[in-house]
Design a binder for this molecule. Structure first.
Ligand SMILES: Cc1cc2nc3c(=O)[nH]c(=O)nc-3n(C[C@H](O)[C@H](O)[C@H](O)COP(=O)(O)OP(=O)(O)OC[C@H]3O[C@@H](n4cnc5c(N)ncnc54)[C@H](O)[C@@H]3O)c2cc1C
Ligand code: SF4
Length: 509
């Protein structure tokens, strides 16, 4: 019995269930597909990273003597989808079964579920074993709760993995040290280190040339390209992070600084999400740094929470609520995506910094995604699908299972609070406190009206007014509404007038 085994671009792990019990007659199939590279206009660096990592992984499979067919971009012009390449393979040889591990996007799962009817042989879809919790585990937990609280899920995952646990008790006496993790950086702070960089080898150089020729109209700088593209190098990047950045990761997790894209973040999400790093092994390596005395508890706990807490929770939410989740638009946000999300050309210094970092690195850290580009999109009522597609396109770590709940749920509150207990919104004052962006901005974060008013500040108050019916009753919004109630009717009218002006003139602000 010969099996056709399909490996997707984010399944570059040797223990992926697709490869279980591979026999001599089986064929492992990998392909660089036009549909996948273009269904949103992915950042050039993201495409180069995935294609190069795929080619390196394919070489490792060949070295392990697996029978492999690797289809390079443009090799089969008529085959643009997974269904096409499978049909193409079945026209050449006979197989009794197709196997694949479940993809990270609902649209592909749908394609694979319907594949059997199109090709006439069984298609087995295996559960992805690269997560700490199974989908069933999340669904069971979620269906017994009236409200999904990440912190409760996280504690369950701590107990399940035993990470930072002393029996049934959390090491350090607390489950969560987030209160210590909100320090800003002084203006003259020099971030002492950047992520480990890797020189492109021959394979990567070939891919860079391909991307340069084929995806010239996609966003972003292709070079310098310094990502790891093998599991061995991704591990080196993780080790380097643990030695150099982890000790400061907690303290400055929410800080932003002009010209500093990475601060003390790990910059490994793209490695974990495509299979080059294993999430549990990553957490164990980080936990070891605490036990060795080389990193403090607030850093180690904070990091582990992001992976076994947030990352797993986000994934659970995606599969639990899809496909309806993608259609949600609780606050009826429908304004067009401003051009500056692509160009970075705006007078708002914080947005310009965040987008230019994104253009350069296919990366920006969590607080920039949440409290700068996300916050602005939410306050300005930008169309949910447009902004989700933007996030999916521009980050090297973006796949829908992780991008969508983070954007639609966490940043935009379009799910009405399924994922978070309240909208993550702020005036410019938060950005002023956590960064030095406002120092060289022509706007004033403290002003809500007038020519120099910070658009974040004006739009924040306008957001509260505009969405009052839906948000005032939320107990976690009580303080915000108490502050709004301090404004008199004239102030409110002026804020609304200025907000209308900002939305109308959005491409010129
Ligand atoms: C609007 C928005 C969109 C986002 N889109 C993505 C996305 O497409 N892909 C993605 O991997 N992350 C996404 N995130 C989550 C987070 O911003 C990134 O995981 C993080 O910035 C990656 O950088 P890092 O590796 O330096 O992370 P660190 O700050 O060093 O954190 C360590 C690890 O924790 C995990 N992690 C942290 N926060 C989250 C989270 N909220 N959800 C899932 N994993 C998390 C990541 O694996 C990350 O590598 C998004 C967040 C927001 C607010
Ligand atoms: S003043 Fe407002 S727009 Fe300018 S950097 Fe600060 S928060 Fe951003």
């Amino acid at each position: 019995m010969a099996v056709l085994r399909l490996i997707l671009g984010d399944q570059l792990s040797h223990n992926i269930p697709t490869l279980n019990d591979t026999k001599e007659d089986d064929l492992v199939l990998m392909a660089e597909l036009r549909d996948e590279a273009t269904y949103v206009k992915h950042h050039k660096k993201k495409i180069a990273f995935i294609f190069s990592a795929m080619r390196h992984f394919a070489d490792e499979l060949k070295a392990a003597k697996l029978n492999l067919r690797y289809i390079q971009f443009n090799e089969l012009q008529d085959c643009t989808s997974f269904t096409d390449i499978i049909k193409n393979e079945l026209n050449k040889s006979t197989y009794d079964e197709v196997v694949v591990t479940e993809p990270g996007e609902y649209r592909l799962l749908d394609e694979f579920i319907n594949l059997e009817g199109k090709i006439g042989i069984p298609v087995s879809i295996y559960e992805d074993n690269r997560f700490i919790a199974t989908e069933d585990e999340f669904n069971q937990w979620a269906s017994s709760k009236s409200k999904l609280i990440m912190e409760n899920w996280y504690r369950m995952m701590r107990k399940k993995t035993g990470l930072l646990m002393d029996g049934n008790k959390p090491i350090g006496g607390d489950w969560n040290f987030d209160k210590q993790n909100r320090k800003s950086l002084k203006k003259d702070h020099k971030v002492s280190t950047t992520p480990l960089e890797f020189k492109p080898d021959k394979i990567t150089r070939q891919v860079l040339s391909l991307v340069n020729n084929e995806f010239d109209d996609h966003l972003g700088d292709l070079e310098p390209f310094s990502f790891a593209v093998t599991s061995a190098d991704a591990r080196k990047a993780l080790k380097y992070f643990i030695q150099h950045q982890l000790p400061y990761f907690g303290d400055y997790q929410d800080a932003m600084l002009s010209g500093e894209a990475f601060i003390y973040h790990s910059v490994i999400s793209h490695y974990i999400n495509c299979g080059l790093l294993d999430p549990l092994e990553t957490c164990k390596a980080v936990e070891k740094a605490y036990h060795d005395g080389s990193a403090p508890i607030n850093a180690v706990e904070g990091f582990i929470r992001q992976i076994i807490g947030w990352r797993e929770f986000i994934r659970g939410v995606y599969w639990h609520y899809m496909p309806d989740y993608k259609e949600m638009n609780f606050l009826n946000a429908r304004n067009p995506l401003p051009e500056f999300y692509w160009t970075g050309r705006t007078k708002m210094n914080c947005i310009s910094e965040a987008i230019n970092m994104t253009r350069r690195h296919a990366y920006s850290h969590h607080i920039q995604r949440l409290m700068v580009t996300g916050n602005f999109a939410n306050l300005a009522g930008i169309d949910i699908q447009a902004i989700c597609d933007w996030y999916l396109a521009v980050y090297a770590d973006a796949y829908e299972w992780v991008e969508l709940p983070n954007t639609l749920g966490m940043a935009l509150y379009a799910d009405g609070g399924l994922l978070g207990t309240k909208p993550y919104i702020s005036t410019g004052k938060y950005i002023k406190r956590m960064s030095n962006f406002c120092d060289s901005c022509q706007y004033d974060p403290d002003a809500s009206t007038g020519e120099s008013a910070c658009p974040f500040t004006t739009l924040y108050w306008n957001y509260l007014i505009r969405n009052e019916k839906k948000l005032r009753t939320n107990p976690r919004m009580a303080l915000s509404y108490r502050n709004l109630d301090r404004l008199n009717a004239t102030d409110k009218a002026e804020i609304q007038r200025h907000a209308d002006f900002l939305i109308t003139e959005i491409d010129n602000i």
